[in-house]
Design a binder for this molecule. Sequence first.
Ligand SMILES: *Cc1c(COP(=O)(O)O)cnc(C)c1O
Length: 435
Amino acid sequence: MANEQFAFDTIKVRGGYDPKQHNNASSVPIYQTASYDLGDTKRVAKLFSFSEFGYLYTRIGNPTVAVLEQRIAALDGAAGALAVGSGMAAVTYTLLNLTEGGGRILTTPQLYGGTIDSFKKIYPKFGIAIDQVENSADPDEFRKAIKPDTKAIYVETISNPNAVVADVETLANIAHKHGIPLVVDNTVATPYLLNPIKYGADIVVYSATKALGGHGNAIAGLIVESGKFNWANGKFPHFLEPYHTLRDINGKERNFLEVFPETPFLFRVRLNYLAYFGAALSPTDAYLILLGLETLSERVAKQVANTEKIVGYLEGQQGVSWIKHPAAKMSLYRQLAEKYLPKGAGSLLSFGFNGSNEQLDKFIDSVRIFSYQANLGDARSLIINSPKTTHGELTPTEQKLADISPDTIRLSVGLEDAADLIADLDQAFKKALAV
Ligand SMILES: *Cc1c(COP(=O)(O)O)cnc(C)c1O
């Protein structure tokens, strides 16, 4: 069904998979194999000159993983996708592939804690500078901060934990004016709520561990390429380097753009970073993510509805000093959410606990349905004190920059009954505020 134009909900169940090519199996088979028979030496000559496609070794490709890749590419309206062993591998491989040989990444302080920490600990040691705008709501700050060796703008479409909504279209235009790609982490939004490529994003990354899989049972990452960016514009000379491994059947060396004109970025990640840094996704985990994807729309729609009810409840609570979610009346991101997130702004929200540290701890310890966990996008509702956990790597100054105050509590709203969830929060507030 690859060439037909089906709607999102059809693709999420059937995209990238033809049962006829897999012994008519209805459910995507798990190809639990490390390696593949190569056939004969003539076939090997073709495989190694890229004139025939075939699987060699699961670290660089696997048929179960390939269904996941094709399905997510179709859902995102992209030229292709690459699955890797975690969301962090997706972020890191993407950014290293862009900045190889040095350069800068322009970003914001409002990011996933692991991403921020890697920016501090790893990239500078590889000769890559990280620049952060102060106010990510102001596109002019991005415009002014781009330097000649800036290689990408990197943002989260909905940030974690404060649900800051990125102005994707404006940022894409700014990036493209300077010949650089816009890279977005679309984990919190999911392709059901937002298609970043439609608004000009060039590379989209996901932690599929979160809402794409949706059941908290596998770690996985995805990198998606729009297929529209011109990697030959002079800013990315490493895409034009001829490689011995990319030689044609006559032994002539070629570059990634020549051999893979539709998705040169992804093949460069696959054959360099996935092949040699090696964070491959296991076929069984790919299967679990595929299973989760089948109900993505239904899950996210209900999670959004539950979230909006919980935001309404929190707005009337004396134990709450502020709420960060575009559905909240006080949100600064209502307008951007109206444009980019008409189906809802996701199931991640944070709020300020109006009480002492001791009472905040008591609140977390008193919930009975919400699980105290660092995951998000799960079918189960989760609660966490971000400053001490998911963003605990950050110094107090960095937490301030990221707009994470010590009173922050993050909720990831799941699929339980909304009234039960609200009653759970309510009894926890009562217990905490009585301390
Ligand atoms: C969890 C997360 C990641 C990292 O993903 P893993 O699968 O845990 O490696 C990256 N970005 C965001 C926004 C996340 O929530």
